[in-house]
Ligand binder design. Structure first.
Ligand SMILES: [Cu+2]
Length: 74
């Protein structure tokens, strides 16, 4: 099952965590959403028909856009 952990800098409290979890879990195919207000990270596990593009679009729509991953960590 595909999964992804992204950094969402706009997470500031447990309310943000609840909002993200309740909105993302609504997407058909999403199996797990775990958001953390300490690390500002969101873990999502999904399967068809959900796609990462769809999950990311929802995060952007609800004002929790994922930070772009660092292309180079070297
Ligand atoms: Cu909040």
């Amino acid at each position: 099952m595909p999964s992804k952990t992204v950094s969402v800098p706009t997470i500031s409290c447990k309310h943000c965590v609840r909002t993200i979890q309740s909105e993302i879990v609504e997407i058909e195919g999403v199996r797990r959403v775990q958001a953390d207000e300490q690390t500002c990270q969101v873990l999502v596990e999904w399967e068809a028909p959900a796609t990462w593009e769809q999950i990311e679009a929802k995060l952007i729509e609800i004002n929790y856009p994922p930070a772009q991953p660092n292309v180079s960590l070297a």
